[in-house]
Design a protein around this ligand. Structure first.
Ligand SMILES: NC(=O)C1=CN([C@@H]2O[C@H](COP(=O)(O)OP(=O)(O)OC[C@H]3O[C@@H](n4cnc5c(N)ncnc54)[C@H](O)[C@@H]3O)[C@@H](O)[C@H]2O)C=CC1
Ligand SMILES: CC/C=C\C[C@H](O)[C@H](O)/C=C/C=C/C=C\C=C\C(=O)C/C=C\CCC(=O)O
Length: 266
């Protein structure tokens, strides 16, 4: 997929990884709708992008992905403004083990909402032009963090949901690919949760496990992950693929097929 003239939506685009994904899309010719719950940071990011890429290439909407109504409204306004959407990146996410229902609302239900909305608009069955959905999971969508069980659960769920939807989309002939990005640790504000007892609750006592993992794994910059995001987005051969991203490189996860699970008689 060439990006010139394409329209992308990125949730959680005010800062961190979402901002870096929006920036690389803009650098490659796309127009980008930035959706984020943080109005101040979102406006400031929009202003910075306007200065670099021109006012007509971006749009910012205050949007909380945990509200069906608000999310739909922001998406509809994006379609009205740009006329179409070709790329949808469900990136918004939080780490909060105390308000765990909120974490599920944003990290999982927000991704489900965004995926359904994007499919409804892009699927060729409805006269859409097809497209790509990138759901941002995490390395914690494939391995677990004992210090963040709900975060782990939401990211595993994003991987499972996206894989199932990718196969469904292909079987239904929607013309929409769905892939998952699974980075390890990236230097963004989300890592501050590791220092906050009011975010980790009883799991705060295991924060050293995550910190040890981080020490071994190393920390990436958002721009490094954005380059890998772009490669996956442009690879038309990938559907239902989960790309792990680490400081040592990237690799697609080799999931077993249902008939490949090794079992022995009980
Ligand atoms: N930084 C890391 O180590 C990694 C992060 N991720 C994932 O990347 C995604 C982005 O996170 P980061 O950039 O790291 O964190 P971040 O905290 O810097 O950015 C998250 C963005 O999402 C926005 N957001 C939060 N709740 C929202 C809501 N309800 N509706 C709309 N926007 C909302 C925030 O305002 C913020 O702009 C998340 O899904 C996270 O789980 C995945 C792997 C590694
Ligand atoms: C409380 C958690 C806070 C934030 C979580 C992060 O945002 C992120 O989503 C979680 C990442 C989880 C990563 C888990 C494992 C990572 C493993 C590696 O990168 C590989 C580790 C070591 C390899 C050593 C080597 O062989 O070189």
């Amino acid at each position: 997929m060439a990006l010139d003239g394409k329209v992308a939506v990125v949730t959680g685009a005010a800062q961190g990884l979402g901002k870096a994904f929006a920036e690389i899309l803009l650098q490659n010719g796309a127009k980008v709708a930035l959706l984020d719950v943080n109005e101040k940071e979102g406006k400031s990011t929009k202003a910075a992008f306007e200065a670099e890429f021109g006012a007509s290439r971006t749009l910012f909407h205050v949007c909380d992905v945990s509200s069906e109504e608000v999310f739909k409204d922001a998406f509809q306004k994006t379609v009205q403004h740009f006329g179409r959407v070709d790329i949808f990146c469900n990136n918004a996410g939080i780490t909060n083990e105390v308000s765990w229902e909120k974490t599920i609302e944003i990290n999982l239900k927000g991704v489900v909402r965004g995926t359904y909305m994007a499919l409804e608009h892009m699927k060729t069955e409805n006269g859409g032009g097809g497209g790509v959905i990138i759901n941002v999971a995490s390395m914690a969508g494939v391995v677990h963090l004992a210090g963040a069980p709900i975060y782990t659960a939401t990211k595993h769920a994003v991987v499972g949901f996206s894989r199932a939807m990718a196969e469904f989309s292909a079987a239904a002939g929607y013309g929409v690919r769905i892939c998952m990005l699974c980075p390890a640790f990236v230097r963004t504000d989300i890592l501050n949760a590791l220092k906050e007892k009011d975010k980790l609750g009883e799991f705060f006592r295991l924060k050293h496990l995550t910190e040890n993992l981080l020490d071994v794994a190393g920390l990436m910059e958002t721009s490094d992950v954005a380059k890998v995001f772009l490669q996956m987005l442009l690879d038309d051969s990938k559907n239902g693929a989960a790309l792990l991203v680490t400081p040592r490189g990237a690799a697609y996860v080799d999931f077993p097929a249902a008939n490949e699970i090794p079992c022995s008689p009980l």
